[in-house]
Design a binder for this molecule. Sequence first.
Ligand code: ZN
Length: 89
Amino acid sequence: MLLIACPWCGPREEVEFRYGGQAHLHHPTDPWTLDDAQWAEYLFTRDNPEGWFTERWCHIHGCRQWFVAERDTRTYEFRPNPAEEARRG
Ligand SMILES: [Zn+2]
């Protein structure tokens, strides 16, 4: 059983969460200027590191809050995102 630490609720089982993909993606500021290849890059291309990866998660069956966490893609180990911790105070 994998436990994920919700910043608001504490450790909960993985089944309570929804994966939200790579964190810190930015919508193009001028999307009408992009060609098809650039749109495809924006929509479908994501980082795929071996090691720590910053991701968005939602505690969908709990407090329903979105948060950013870091997960090691090799071991599934989670650690809190320092920026998220600082934001919450
Ligand atoms: Zn929660």
